[in-house]
Design a protein around this ligand. Sequence first.
Ligand code: MN
Ligand code: MN
Length: 466
Amino acid sequence: MSEKKSKGQELMEELSYKKKNYYETADEKERKEIFAYAEGYKTFLDAAKTEREATAYAVGVAKENGFTEYRFGDKLKAGDKKYFVNRGKSVVVFRVGTKDPETDGFRIIASHIDAPRIDIKQNPLYEDSGMAFLKTHYYGGIKKYQWTAIPLALHGVVVLKNGEAVSVCVGEDAADPVFYINDLLPHLGAEQMAGNANKVIEGEQLNVVVGGLPYADGEVSEKIKLTVLDCLKRKYGMTEEDFLSAELSAVPAYGARDIGFDRALIGAYGHDDRVCAYPALTAVVGNASEHTVLAMLVDKEEIGSEGTTGIQCKVYEDLMEEIAVALGANFRKVRAASKCLSSDVTAAYDPNFAGVFEKMNAAILSCGTCMSKFTGARGKSGSNDANAEFVGEVRGAFAREGVVWQTAELGKVDIGGGGTVAKFVAQLNIDTVDLGVPVISMHAPWELISKADLYSTYKAFLAFMK
Ligand code: MN
Ligand code: MN
């Protein structure tokens, strides 16, 4: 049925813009690549639920590919493959290119590897009414009620009195126990359910169940607490006081799984922002470039990029300056010539919640990696708002390399908003724009993405590095 198109139809095709579904436009070979790439991503997700684990995983992948550790002051030359670890919680993987850094700058892909979760307080352990609990303070923007009545794993590190750091990971092995946050039964939940969703579960109710077995000694008053302390002593050599210098987090205990009969989608904890960190890592580790390219996997984005491991810390600027100096380049010139993709997730349009989106400027699932020229809220406040010239340059690179991509902003005007690391990188006089994978149910304990958008993001990074 190939009737000739009318003149108007031809003109409309030539002049108008429509986003494309990447699965629809991909040939069979590319579809296979999309699905194959997702397998490696799921392995990464299950191995790296915290920023520490993601850092260790990235270092492992870098080492396997011939990258070696970089320390401030080290010499550098074209062709060097290096990784720089910041306090075990963030990592920059980089390749030194052949181009002149003063005129070509660096190509930077910045993603974050922390995710919303339930952090354990410093004096957390108590027992009450047949259960032992850990008190918590949640990390990042969560809907608190979503974190009850699901299996939780405990990840982190305990620094003992003697200074030794002991790693903790319980709940990931099928033979491990898991942990739990209580919710109220509907039979007694009438008053709870009538309340504001913010108050359905309050912060101080997010107490994690960690035990229920009384220690066999009639002389002790807190018997279940003692059983838990006894377990912790035998397993980690720790006492209750050692919680004071611990960093423990409860995260969903389940792993990444394909979603749908056709396996087009992936459900997992922490797609935000590991779904951009993984393509950043694999793009830089697995592909040579004439440019000097850096994959920055940073911490603390979910709480404002603060602290010594968040991107606002000078350590990342110091690293870039060290690289520039080691290559004999003027750092100001390098920065001025550098370009950055702030690679973070955005909200995918959800037809179940259509009211909060403006569909023409919303990210549609499987239509490829999504550029947000600006983020922010209420009149673009707090946003990077990239230059049209830079957006045009990136667009040109995507067109040359056949990247299927789209643009969007996060929700309707004045409905909400969000921020990324983009504005902090831009402060260094580096052209920066947001680009990343659209996510359904962002910040929920289990989020959803499309394998097509994941692979499109990887291809976008390759185009950016070319
Ligand atoms: Mn994010
Ligand atoms: Mn986030």
